[in-house]
Design a protein around this ligand. Structure first.
Ligand code: FAD
Length: 622
């Protein structure tokens, strides 16, 4: 059946696996996607939403690199919001609600339309390893398939154990079986593994809810989109709703605490800190009488509804009784109860920056298997692992994004340098250079790089160049053109900004904090320029950021350049830290274990102090 050797085998068709298969194939690798169920490719295991703070930037970066997540998100979106619009542009983050079924369907279609991708539905239960090099995979039916590189993206499936109250059973997700064999073999090969947990809320019948008692949460009046390509913006949207828990709901939930796997010791592993279960919230924040709940439709046509904020693994009867006491949920009917799941992961310090494992050549890990949580984090790792797998088997230089180039760079550097003991999700605060890493400029930052390695196509490159050229010209227009007091003063007065007494350059007035592009567009000369040059929303947004934040951007660029100097001091792979007695004991231990490739990476390892870095600089500077 599989006489031929593949270039890349991707194991798992979740968010990481789907992006990995697409990237490897689009770069020219003969790719096989082996997944346990071909109907669940691109399945959203938890909430039907993409993006959000920092995660939205990641989706834009994936898109700019030539990945599919942004396109699939746009095609299946049912509501769009640009979060943090009242803050600076570094914080603007796109988020969408999505049609769960359509999202998965679009992923499957996109992959079927990608040349070079073959599909096979089976569980991979073992890896073929020759010496310290991967040579393929073995399925649970004993079929061996050869490949030059393998990307593992098993998500929450490795020895997955589902908990609902006192019941527990094997499974990778509700209704799907767990994957076995891989953890055991990898630990035999010398890998460390650990356990993590995550949870999901009940899904309910929207027809049984009384929305008139809840607060409506509409999408943006002028929705935007994720992809820089020609996907469409939404012309209609579905509303979400908000309601709250109460002390009565909390009391009812507490009645089940003695049967909760979270509290009776059955669940031992650590869950995502920032997505706590409702029982965890009640237990931790005892002074709070109420918690927010967001009621999110699961799609355009389905009546199924996702109850965001009510993740739980309490017994079904307790979940049901408590939910019926929530305002608007008095007659709720369940589609499925909430549950928690424990699964194996592999501490990501065992990986290189390329996501290749340090122990087995040409074997790559991406997604939840690396201890992350979230579709966006998973998808971006899948993309990067596959790019690097393709480059390595073609004997090309690795593709690594630096911390000042992309959130994806921050994510991977954090994972492999610091590791993670709890599910890792991205936040803007994890990035030192967030003014540089904005959602509006992901294409300017990354498309040229992706084009150079053969992933982003000509169309993407050309539209990025056009946007850059148009926004630069528009910035110059503001620098060169003056505005008269009689034209601008009414606008300045309307925003409580001091008026001008004589004509001034538009750039200067536009740079003022309260003056926006919308204000400038009220000037005839500006709106004529926009119409004449057919400038779209992306160009207007980019120009506004360049005018208003150029000072901050230049400062951050200068700081990033300083970091690059440390980045240039490489540490030989076999460097023996034990002989540097002036390093602290902890630093020696950590450096020997993680083996950073540059002094800059060494400086980010927790436990390595500035004085340790000075010692390394003195020694390696020689
Ligand atoms: P997955 O999406 O899990 O996909 C793994 C894929 O690999 C599946 O298609 C599976 O069939 C396949 N597979 C696994 N093993 C094998 C094998 N041996 N052979 C062949 N195929 C295999 N994220 C959040 O950000 N917030 C949350 O609140 C949240 N809650 C969650 C709750 C639950 C119950 C679950 C299950 C997940 C939750 N997540 C949450 C996590 C989110 O779903 C994941 O981060 C994301 O789906 C990870 O993507 P992935 O591609 O790594 O893995």
């Amino acid at each position: 059946m599989f006489g031929e050797e593949y270039d890349v085998i991707v194991v798992g068709g979740g968010h990481a696996g789907a992006e990995a298969a697409a990237a490897a194939a689009n770069m020219g690798s003969k790719t096989l996607l082996v997944t346990m169920n071909l109907q669940t490719i691109g399945q959203m295991s938890c909430n039907p939403a993409m993006g959000g703070i920092a995660k939205g930037q990641i989706v834009r970066e994936i898109d700019a690199l030539g990945g599919y997540s942004g396109i699939i998100t746009d095609k299946s979106a049912i509501q769009f919001k640009m979060l943090n619009k009242s803050k600076g542009p570094a914080m603007w983050s796109p988020r969408s609600q999505n049609d769960r079924m359509r999202f998965a369907e679009e992923w499957r279609l996109a992959l079927e339309r990608t040349t070079n991708v073959d599909f096979y539905q089976e569980m991979v239960s073992g890896l073929l390893v020759d010496g310290n090099k991967i040579t393929g995979v073995r399925t649970s039916l004993g079929i061996e398939i050869k490949a030059k590189a393998v990307v593992l993206t098993n998500g929450t499936f490795l020895n997955g154990l589902i908990h609902i109250g006192e019941k527990q059973f094997g499974g990778g997700r509700a209704g799907e079986k767990a994957a076995t064999g891989i953890t055991e073999q990898l630990t035999d090969l010398g890998f460390d593994s650990g356990r993590m947990k995550t949870g999901t809320p009940p899904r309910v019948d929207g027809r049984s809810l009384d929305y008139s008692k809840m607060i409506v949460q509409p999408g943006d009046e002028h929705p935007e989109k994720f992809s820089y390509s020609d996907t469409k913006v939404l012309t209609r949207q579905r509303d979400c709703y908000m309601t709250h828990t109460s002390t009565l709901v909390h009391d009812l939930l507490r009645e089940g605490f003695d049967r909760s796997p979270m509290f009776n010791g059955r669940i031992k592993s650590i869950g995502p800190r920032y997505c706590p279960s409702i029982e965890d919230k009640i237990n931790r924040f005892t002074d709070k009488d109420s918690h927010q709940m967001f009621i999110e439709p699961e799609g355009w046509d389905t009546v199924e509804v996702y109850v965001n904020g009510f993740s739980t693994s309490l017994p079904e009867d307790v979940q049901f009784k408590a939910l019926r006491s929530v305002v608007g949920f008095e007659n709720v009917k369940f589609f499925r109860p909430g549950y928690a799941i424990e699964y194996d992961y592999f501490p990501p310090t065992q990986l290189k920056h390329t996501l290749e494992t340090k122990l087995v050549d040409n074997l790559y890990f991406a997604g939840q298997i690396n201890g992350t949580t979230g579709y966006e984090e998973a998808a971006s790792q899948g993309l990067m692992a596959a790019i690097n797998a393709h480059l390595k088997i073609n004997e090309k230089e690795p593709f690594i994004l630096k911390r000042d180039e992309a959130y994806i760079g921050v994510l991977i550097d954090d994972l492999i340098t610091k590791g993670t003991e709890e599910p890792y999700r991205m936040f803007t605060s994890r990035a030192e250079y967030r003014t540089l890493l904005r959602q509006d400029n992901a294409d300017l930052r990354l498309t040229p790089k992706a084009h150079a390695i053969g992933l982003a196509d000509e169309n993407r490159m050309r539209s990025m160049e056009k946007k850059l050229q148009k926004s630069n010209a528009f910035v110059n227009f503001f620098k060169k053109t003056s505005v008269l007091p009689k034209d601008i003063n009414p606008i300045l007065k309307s925003v409580d900004s001091s008026i001008i007494k004589q004509s001034d350059k538009m750039f200067k007035v536009f740079s003022r904090p309260k003056v926006t592009m919308d204000h400038m567009l009220q000037l005839d000369v500006v709106s004529s320029y926009v119409n004449e040059h057919k400038l779209n929303r992306e160009v207007l947004e980019q120009t506004e950021v360049q005018v208003k934040y150029s000072g901050y951007i230049a400062k951050e660029k200068a700081n990033a350049d300083k970091l690059h100097r440390l980045e240039a001091v490489k540490i030989p792979n076999n460097f023996d830290y034990s002989k540097l007695k002036s390093l602290s004991f902890e630093a020696r231990e950590k450096l020997n274990a993680i083996r950073p490739v540059t002094i800059s990476q060494a400086s980010r390892i927790s436990g390595v102090t500035p004085s340790d870095v000075s010692v390394l600089l003195v020694y390696l500077g020689r």
